[in-house]
Design a protein around this ligand. Sequence first.
Ligand SMILES: [Zn+2]
Ligand SMILES: [Zn+2]
Ligand SMILES: [Zn+2]
Ligand SMILES: [Zn+2]
Length: 415
Amino acid sequence: MEMMVVMPDTIPEAIMFVLDASRSMFRSDYSPNRLGACEIGIVEFVQTRFLSDQENAGSSAFGLVVVRSKSEKIFDFTDGAEVPEFSEFLGNLACGGKSSLGEGLGHAIKILIEDIRTNGARVPLIILFSDGNNTPSKIEPLKMAALANQLGIKIHTVHLGDIQPTNLLKQIAEKTNGQYQHAKNTEAIIRFIQNLAQNNFLPPGSSVKKNKSRIPQPILKKIAAPLLTEAEMTKGSEDQKNLIARLRGTKSYEKCSICFQSNDPISKTEFNISGAYCPNCGTPMHYSCASLWAKNQNKEGDGTIFRCVHCLYLLKIPASIKTAVQMHQNLKQEMRSENSQKLAKTVNVSVELARDLGEEATYSACPVCSAIFEEDDRVIKCGNRTCNAIYHEKCFEKLPDHQCKVCGIKMVKMF
Ligand SMILES: [Zn+2]
Ligand SMILES: [Zn+2]
Ligand SMILES: [Zn+2]
Ligand SMILES: [Zn+2]
């Protein structure tokens, strides 16, 4: 028998490195200097994780934000294949200016939110390298840490240099359930980083399914983007304005891409009232169609979040619309079950001669015309055995919906 090799399950992570490259990071108390030590740490992480992903069919992605005078995005989720470019960029990076760590963290969070909206399969993570000398700015690092925590984003912090009494970096890690490391030298940074890089395996026997979203529903709900009305689209970014201009030229501009109609199937109102657009690709859809779509697409969700039918961008609809559509669905269902009850209240009837019904017919009058039956009259007897009303065939035809005038049952003429 062959040996079975079971590959450990990896958690796909979207990792944003936030690198403090302010002037104080130029100090050479680390080898080669503080910034250089962090760069070694980042390259170490990317290489270690890249190799591990190749062995274990993992799929990590890496991004980089550098904080100098202002926060700059350098890499936006390249995969491990771009390790050389990563290293090359870091090798040429110069220090300078101030460090607004809050801005850097905010920037990284924004990129991670976009990744969840467009991808959704990767767990977001931030690793912050800094000496903790934060230049106060409008965006407070601890506020960003609180935001990250709300969105389920851990921030691991690598601390170089002295520890200040407030120890901002430790607070940031603690606020987000991340790990904090005060690294006294470059080797300590590498050790910490190697641990983190090998830290994305699911515990053996873990029941998490491979394709299930690892991001909890309440967090997805916060991150999902709302649909945009046409007015909101046109006052949005230049990209969105161009998008709507392009869409206007197409015939499907006001046709829902779920029901393919212009008017809303529930309220019958026109698209400009009942419809909106995906902010990412401009696909039009009715709110109510989106709501039904959300419910079908995501059985564990509460029916307010879904992925765009066209571009899979993570979207949400207001809970009020979900409730309205739900009420409509319930009503429809009630009506349907009432109808089916009525449907059960039908009986089959057939034409007979009054004579063949015997005394029963010859001594009774037709409920429609009140005439007594003649022996040769073609008659129909109500099939409800507690009723047995008898009608002339002609009078039967005059009954609205062939409903028995006496007992109310619907009669279906067989022959
Ligand atoms: Zn629709
Ligand atoms: Zn879309
Ligand atoms: Zn009659
Ligand atoms: Zn009857």
